[in-house]
Design a protein around this ligand. Structure first.
Ligand code: NAD
Ligand code: UGA
Length: 463
């Protein structure tokens, strides 16, 4: 009989992953539990106002919730009931003590392991779904199996989905990775978890490894992706200095199948909850093992990313005659990428703070991220502060000196830019940090235009 599954942690990973597992395994009961009662209430809400925005997710949840997918705060019962326990709790960067600012904060993960041990009334397969430093499974095994009544086998099944395309990525993943101990119990446990995914993922895409390789692969994959973004952004600066066009450079480079076309889009730098956290953790791991040159190498990926946001503000400053005080900037997009309301580590947040330091009057608009933006900037956006939030981009742009496009929502290229131009103070500037607007058309309308890695607007101030 197929084993039932519980996932501890109902966030961006636990919710979508389990919803898709439930959809594709109708004969298994799938439970998702969390200590955050309001998050669980949102997953269970009658109007399907889910706690996260993710395209197509609501359709999947509608299809399976209450049939074989259940959200609850009753962690004890769920752990008792299910033989396979996924753990998808948060693993933020540790901000105190040893490894502060780099290492993963494993307190939530360890708390979960202790809960599993306490509540279990039989043997369990415990699956790391969170991104965890190499050899975390050993620590977990030590906690779980020390003087335990039952046997726990710890596997690593890192998740590679990207936000904004979570459902699509889960339904047709490039690969699924399951790492586990190479002994009899480990191999049997791996087979159980392979079965869950084999319900819809072709077997050749389900890759199994030892547990340490699985843990490290997740960090390495994110670090490589982040490094590509930093590399193309480093090239973008050079393009601006020389008259080359970064989109042309990327297009031709990407045609080389050894390089590939993905993750070569220059922009405001990478955001999201994971790239920075995971690269920092890789740095910490390298340092821990005495690999200092490797640690410096990965540190530069982060440094380059920060530099990109500083550069955006410097360029805006120069293009706006070296003073931003009391000027109005309409920030189009606050989410760290399109098709998500997630604002964790969003470049827009860093840029908003830098602009606030310059006493800019900032009007932030975003189709999905305004609630998170308000929360993120609460310390600088109180009553009487220079930051307002506006659902309607046309209203946000009224009377502005500049539109600063930070997120490549598909709605922005489709706006009536003539109407926006007419409502702005002149000279009217558009800084398109995603290179997603039609720059030629904007110039025809009368805008001054800045991009990343191309289209120096002619005036030296635009450089
Ligand atoms: P999240 O903060 O959205 O969700 C984590 C959830 O865990 C929260 O709802 C929190 O209340 C819950 N939680 C914490 N401690 C708990 C406990 N003791 N018992 C029960 N619930 C508890 O985080 P996320 O974005 O889903 O990320 C989770 C993990 O997945 C991280 O390690 C992350 O690196 C990894 N990951 C995330 C993504 C992504 O797209 N967000 C992709 C791949 C991997
Ligand atoms: C990333 C990885 O792509 C996932 O495989 C991984 O599972 C996930 O991290 C994780 O571990 O959390 P995500 O952060 O959701 O996914 O989104 P990405 O599409 O990777 O984008 C990350 C950031 O890089 C965004 O800010 C995006 O705008 C930026 N980016 C991406 C670029 O600037 N240029 C590109 O070419 C690609």
């Amino acid at each position: 009989m197929n084993k039932d599954v519980v996932c501890i942690g109902a966030g961006y990973i636990g919710g979508p992953t389990m919803a898709v597992i439930a959809k594709m395994n109708p004969d298994r009961k799938i439970m998702v539990v969390d200590i955050n009662a309001s998050r669980i209430a949102a997953w269970n809400s009658d109007d399907f106002e889910l706690p996260i925005y993710e395209p197509e997710l609501v359709d999947v949840v509608r299809e399976v919730r209450g049939k074989n997918l259940f959200f609850s705060t009753d962690i004890r019962s769920a752990v008792k009931e299910c033989d396979i326990v996924f753990v998808g709790v948060n693993t933020p960067t540790k901000m105190f003590g040893r490894g502060a600012g780099r290492a993963s904060d494993l307190q939530y993960w360890e708390a979960t392991a202790r809960e599993i041990k306490e509540y279990a009334d039989g043997d369990k397969i415990v699956v790391e779904k969170s991104t965890l430093p190499v050899r975390t499974a050993a620590a977990m095994e030590a906690i779980l199996n020390d003087h335990a009544k039952h046997r726990f086998t710890v596997l690593s099944n890192p998740e590679f989905l990207a936000e904004g395309t979570a459902v699509k990525d889960l339904l047709s993943p490039d690969r699924v990775l399951i790492g586990g101990p190479q002994d009899e119990a480990g191999i049997a446990a791996i087979a159980e978890v392979v079965d869950i995914y084999a319900a819809w993922v072709p077997r050749e895409k389900i890759m199994t490894t030892n547990v340490w390789s699985a843990e490290l692969t997740k960090f390495a994959a994110n670090a490589f992706l982040a490094q590509r973004v930093s590399s193309i952004n480093a090239i973008a600066g050079l393009c601006e200095a020389t008259g080359a066009d970064v989109d042309e450079v990327a297009r031709v480079m990407g045609a080389d199948h050894r390089i590939g076309a993905k993750f070569l889009k220059a922009g405001p730098g990478f955001g999201g909850s994971c790239f920075k956290k995971d690269v920092l953790n890789l740095v910490y791991l390298c340092e821990t093992f005495g690999l200092h040159t490797a640690a410096e190498y990965w540190t530069q990926v982060i440094r380059m990313n920060e530099h990109q946001q500083e550069r955006i503000v410097s360029r805006l400053f120069k293009a706006m005659f070296n003073t931003l005080a009391n000027k109005k900037v309409a920030m189009f997009g606050f989410a760290f990428k399109a098709d998500t309301g997630d604002t964790r580590e969003t470049p827009a947040g860093t840029v908003a703070r830098l602009l606030n330091d310059e006493h800019v009057r900032l009007a932030i608009t975003d189709p999905k991220a305004i609630p998170n933006a308000k929360r993120d900037l609460a310390d600088i956006a109180g009553d009487g502060a220079g930051i307002v939030f506006e659902e309607d981009p046309y209203v946000a742009a009224e009377g502005a000196d500049a539109v600063l496009l930070m997120t490549d929502w598909s709605l922005y290229p489709a706006l009536d830019w003539r109407r926006i131009f007419d409502s702005m103070r002149k000279p009217a500037l558009v800084f398109d940090t995603r290179n997603c607007l039609d720059g030629e058309e904007l110039r025809r309308i009368g805008f001054k235009v800045l991009n990343i890695g191309k289209d120096i607007c002619g005036a030296p101030t635009c450089r």
